[in-house]
Design a protein around this ligand. Structure first.
Ligand code: GLA
Length: 402
């Protein structure tokens, strides 16, 4: 983890002034995958991996952004921000600055030093962490009023429009609203949410397959388009639906002849995953860990077979984990095509889990995995500020789909 004092010193050495430090977390998703952009349900938790931003305002209208991870500096004028070449790290902070400006937030020029320890391209939302940390820093330093919900949405907009990845709201939302020791059930249509305490004695164990996922690559956007195609076709007989969120599994079965077989499978994943996610929240609430484990297993199978976003390495990792002592549940987490699995493991079994999974995975795939244990963390904050109520709406009730 980055030492904030070190980051301040680095900032002083580079820009010759004092700075304020902000940090935003990455996330794991316990369940509810590829449902957010279908107006559905997700249940992520923020983790203790962060993007750190040291910031101090300037007297002109310039942004000077240095990344410690890439050892590179970019500069832009606030009134003419353009994307750098495709896939460049700077598109995330520049995109956020541009989107904030375009939404009427008047930003000051700023020096920013960015350093992150969220593994890149591992499905743990390093992108949302850099967006939210930068956005929070820019707004706070500029003295602009905002709320976290707005920040999450503007960061998502930046990723959709400036970076070009049509991601949903989950990652930015949890990076803003995460709360220590809790997972968050979010209704991505109404933004109502519930915090669910994670069971004591259970740890979040994240296994990185070390196969890089490429979220901006075509597959993610293609899945989204397939879901939209499903909605278009189903609307011919169900004109009231707005998203797959509104379709029941029996309606899907009844009208399956209208859908291309691939599109049908994609829809089936989304519809059943929405159901599993609400049931998983119920299981957490009831402390029914067996039920939770089964739902995680079924989620993985659905992502593998119906949504086709898993890969050989993720499947191996989940299978190996499932055979270990003390494992409540295991599944891939995030966009897929590589990246990480999330495992709920009894604390006293975690050390054995780590050892056994690492060696078995290496034997089966020839790859050396990374395995992290992280408590659920708080959302974005200024370093040194105590975490306080996040203004969450709690009116959403289990089972109420409206
Ligand atoms: C990525 C996106 C999220 C979500 C997940 C899949 O993490 O950023 O919006 O769609 O994939 O659940």
């Amino acid at each position: 983890m980055k030492n904030p004092r070190q980051l301040l010193q680095d900032f002083q050495a580079r820009f010759g002034s004092v700075a304020t430090i902000y940090r935003a977390p990455g996330r794991v998703n316990l369940i509810g995958e590829h449902t957010d952009y279908n107006d559905g349900f997700v249940m992520p938790a923020a983790i203790e991996f962060y993007c750190w931003v040291a910031a101090a305002s300037r007297d002109d209208k310039k942004l000077v952004i240095h990344s410690e991870n890439f050892n590179e500096t970019v500069e832009a004028r606030l009134d003419s921000i353009n994307p750098t070449n495709a896939k460049h790290w700077s598109n995330y902070p520049l995109g956020v600055a541009d989107t904030l400006q375009n939404s009427g937030k008047r930003l000051r020029g700023m020096n920013l030093l960015i350093s992150g320890d969220v593994p890149l391209g591992a499905g743990l939302s390093s992108s949302a962490a850099i967006e939210v940390a930068t956005g929070f820093a820019l707004l706070r330093q500029s003295g602009v009023e905002f709320n976290r919900g707005e920040l999450a949405q503007l960061c998502q907009k930046a990723e959709n429009e400036f970076v070009g990845a049509r991601v949903g709201i989950m990652d930015q939302f949890i990076s803003c609203f995460g709360q220590a020791s809790h997972a968050l059930l979010l209704d991505c249509r109404s933004f109502y949410c519930e915090l669910h305490t994670l069971p004591p004695g259970i740890q979040l164990v994240i296994c990185n397959t070390k196969v890089k996922h490429e979220i901006a690559s075509g597959e993610y956007n293609r899945r989204r388009a397939e879901c939209e195609e499903g909605v278009r076709a189903l609307r011919m007989v169900l004109p009231e639906i707005r998203a797959l969120r509104d379709v029941s599994i029996s309606q899907l079965e009844k009208h399956c002849a209208l859908l291309d077989p691939k599109v049908y499978s994609r829809c089936r994943h989304v519809i059943t995953e929405n159901d599993r996610t609400q049931k998983a929240a119920r299981a957490l609430y009831d402390n029914d860990l067996r039920a939770l484990g089964r739902l995680m297993r079924d989620s993985h199978r659905s992502l593998r077979d119906d949504y086709e976003v898993s890969c050989k390495e993720l499947d191996e990792m989940v299978e190996i984990a499932g055979a270990q002592r003390g494992v409540i549940g295991a599944r891939m987490t995030g966009g897929g095509f590589g990246g990480c699995t999330i495992n709920l493991v009894e604390a006293e079994a975690t050390e054995d889990f780590r050892k056994n999974v690492a060696s078995e995975y290496q034997v089966r795939t020839g790859l050396t995995p990374e395995i992290y244990v992280s408590p659920a963390a708080d959302g974005v904050q200024q370093e040194g500020e105590t975490s306080k109520a996040r203004g969450l709406t709690k009116e959403y009730r289990l089972g109420n789909q409206s």
